[in-house]
Design a protein around this ligand. Structure first.
Ligand SMILES: CC(C)(COP(=O)(O)OP(=O)(O)OC[C@H]1O[C@@H](n2cnc3c(N)ncnc32)[C@H](O)[C@@H]1OP(=O)(O)O)[C@@H](O)C(=O)NCCC(=O)NCCS
Length: 355
């Protein structure tokens, strides 16, 4: 029997993909973790080399796709471009309507490989620059940063973005994965399942929270302003983005890892002010909501990952789409699971009352 795609203990703050703790997985490559999620087992050296080579070989996008990307306006959320372009590229996939396991694997590789290229090309064009073609010699993370910047990232930045993709890759039946599963349950093709996931990830209560955290921290600007800003927001009964989770009632283990990574980046850049601003926000929220009111509202996956993007000069408009670069492997793993079940998901309306 195949291992569960994901295990979460929301009270103890434990997260595993295919029975392996996230604290172990975070030191692997994204390719290895993506293979684990989709195939159910970690790859051996030979399988990993083959899988990585196939991903690297599928990174390019064709001229027609570039033409569509060039039609996008400046300064939109990259998710708007991404959901349309992923839908558009399906027509070029020779396996689109072949639902065999082998064809689905080929489509998975194309989707995982091309999504970073689409986002980077959109970003370059929207910034008035020429797109940078992918570099096959670079890892999934390093290549993405290279394509958005036009220069190779530092070793630390490449490691951090790779870990960001890994930590974002899978989280059981979150809203976007549920959407993907519902679409796959109708036996619609894999591109349709991934587009469903993208549309759902966009919302500010899900993946969109990351961009809102970045905007909030930029608005606060320095550690000295943070406490007053958060108390005022709470006084107006507004939610603080990047905090709280439907499943975790303690620290989100991804949030803890992201906090360590953002500190490492801050130290390497010799600029602690975004990190320290975030820490004051965290301390204020935990003091006011957890300690004083007993509500289990801790930093979630979107909080310190937003700080990481700020240190890497990634603009808020790209934040949710970068989440999708990681999460696509989870959507695919769940879609495959659903294809095997061959059973449509059709809840009754009264079940919505429990959501
Ligand atoms: C993630 C989220 C949607 C979970 O929602 P949920 O499980 O339905 O939690 P609830 O909305 O029932 O929250 C429970 C209580 O905590 C409060 N709360 C939850 N998240 C909060 C936040 N981020 N800031 C302030 N208060 C919050 C709620 O107002 C509610 O208070 P009440 O009992 O007085 O009404 C919610 O925490 C949220 O909106 N967070 C901000 C958006 C975000 O970061 N999303 C990314 C998730 S990974």
């Amino acid at each position: 029997m195949s291992k569960n795609i994901c295990f979460i203990d929301g009270l103890e703050g434990i997260l595993k993909y295919r029975e392996i703790d996230i604290n172990q997985l975070v030191d692997l490559s994204y390719d290895a973790v993506s293979y684990l999620l989709i195939q159910g087992e970690l790859p051996g050296d030979k399988e990993l080399a083959e899988y990585s080579a196939r991903l690297q070989g599928e990174r390019e996008i064709n001229r027609e796709v570039m033409d569509v990307i060039r039609m996008y306006k400046l300064n939109i959320d990259a998710m708007e471009a991404l959901r349309t372009v992923v839908s558009f590229i399906s027509q070029f996939d020779p396996d689109l309507n072949d639902s065999s396991t082998e064809a689905n694997m080929r489509k998975s590789i194309r989707l995982i490989a091309k999504i970073p290229t689409i986002i980077a090309a959109y970003y370059r064009v929207a910034s008035g620059k020429e797109p940078v073609p992918p570099d096959r010699s670079l890892s999934h993370g390093a290549n993405f940063l290279y394509m958005i910047r036009g220069s190779k990232p530092s070793k630390l930045e490449a490691e951090v973005i790779e870990k960001d993709f890994i930590l974002s890759a899978e989280h059981e039946l979150n809203a976007s994965t549920f959407s993907s599963r519902v679409t796959a349950s109708t036996l619609a093709d894999l591109y349709s399942a991934v587009v469903s996931g993208l549309c759902t990830l966009k919302g500010p209560l899900h993946g969109g929270a990351r961009a809102e955290v970045m905007t909030m921290i930029q608005e606060i600007a320095c550690p000295e302003n943070a406490e007053k800003y958060i108390l005022e927001k709470m006084g107006k009964k507004e939610k603080i983005m990047g905090f709280g989770h439907r499943v975790y009632k303690t620290y989100d283990p991804r949030g803890t890892l992201f906090k360590q990574l953002s500190k490492q980046l801050a130290e390497a850049k010799g600029d602690m002010h975004w990190y320290e601003t975030a820490e004051v926000i965290e301390n204020t929220v935990v003091r006011e909501l957890v300690e004083k009111k007993g509500k289990p509202i801790y930093p979630n996956v979107d909080f310190y990952s937003a700080v990481i993007y700020m240190y890497m000069d990634i603009p808020p408009q790209l934040a949710t789409s970068i989440f999708a670069i990681g999460r696509v492997s989870g959507w695919i793993a769940h879609s495959f699971d659903q294809y095997e079940k061959k059973k449509i998901i059709r809840p009754r309306a009264f079940m919505l009352d429990e959501c």
